[in-house]
Design a binder for this molecule. Structure first.
Ligand code: T3D
Length: 268
């Protein structure tokens, strides 16, 4: 019998959903799951029929971060010996994953269906929109096991919620409810569990119908602006706008506005 995929891939219209699928271990990351996720993201990036990606988890969790029982990263509890090179695992898996998500040519929605802990939380927070079910939660679990936040956490959290709140969450490692995550601006939205699937479907469909290149360039401009002064950011905006201004979607957007009809965006 074929082994079950560690990342399930489904498609509805132009929305591709990638579902982390190790529910018994709360979808925590192993090397093979990383490999499947990377391949699935690359495939979505290269498929012009995909205009939005949704990342979610199967079962009751979104992702509990690194699988701590994975011998390739766990310390040797019996001998008390050190772990293998954890930094190597980050360079090999988490860094490329965080950068892949951030450079996708389409918007990426994290649909956080349950607990998101450790690197699982930061992978979600690196997505463009984070929608969480009310029963979901976010935990910067790293300090509890003697590590620092990784998968981009130290970069993302201060930018999302400021240094004070970021350090509070990261040093104490407390569980943050989805409702509080939305209240402090860590995520886009918290929705009731009963409305969660429909909200994710509807937002993803809306994103898929919008001008894809402009959405990806909006993310690019926002990220670049973190490192630029105002004059540089204005120039970067001009460069991106120049490129978008000669694309089909701009022509279509303006034509649709003038004709008072819905726009049909197709650039990818
Ligand atoms: O190492 C490197 O490569 C560096 C990279 C590090 C990145 C990281 O992500 S470090 C942080 C790793 N994650 C954690 O420390 C979180 C560990 N998990 C938890 O604290 C809790 O499971 C949760 C708070 C997330 C959920 O708690 P709860 O009570 O709802 O569920 P549970 O009973 O703890 O977990 C359910 C099962 O999932 C359980 O297995 P069992 O007993 O039913 O067979 C548990 O062991 C398993 N599980 C949960 N998280 C992990 C895990 N198994 C392996 N690794 C996990 N991270």
């Amino acid at each position: 019998m074929a082994e079950e995929a560690l990342v399930q891939v489904t498609q509805a219209d132009a929305v591709r959903t990638l579902t982390l699928n190790r529910p018994k271990a709360l979808n925590s990351f192993t090397g093979p799951m990383h490999e499947e996720l990377r391949a699935a993201l690359d495939a979505a990036a290269g498929d012009t029929g995909v205009r939005c990606v949704v990342l979610t988890g199967s079962g009751r969790g979104f992702c509990a971060g690194q699988d701590l029982s994975d011998p390739s990263v766990a310390p040797n509890l019996e001998s008390g010996g050190p772990a293998t090179d954890i930094g190597g695992a980050i360079e090999r898996f988490y860094k490329p994953l965080a950068l892949r998500i951030r450079s996708m040519p389409v918007p990426v929605v994290a649909a956080v269906n349950g607990v998101a802990a450790g690197a699982g939380a930061n992978v979600a927070l690196g997505c463009d929109l984070v929608i969480a079910a009310r029963s979901a939660s976010f935990i910067q679990a790293f300090s509890k096991i003697g590590l620092i936040p990784d998968a981009g956490g130290t970069w993302l959290l201060p930018r999302l919620i400021g240094r004070a709140a970021a350090l509070g969450l990261m040093l104490l490692g407390d569980k943050l409810s989805a409702e509080d995550a939305a209240r402090i601006g860590l995520i886009w939205k918290c929705v009731d569990d009963t409305a969660f699937a429909e909200e994710v479907r509807s937002v993803a469909a809306r994103l898929a119908a919008l001008p894809t290149q402009a959405l990806a360039d909006t993310r690019r401009a926002v990220d670049a602006a973190q490192q630029l002064d105002l004059a540089q950011a204005l120039s970067h905006e001009a460069d991106l706008q120049r490129k978008l201004g000669s694309a089909h979607d701009y022509l279509e957007g303006v034509a649709a506005f003038m004709a008072k009809r819905p726009a049909h965006f197709t650039d990818r």
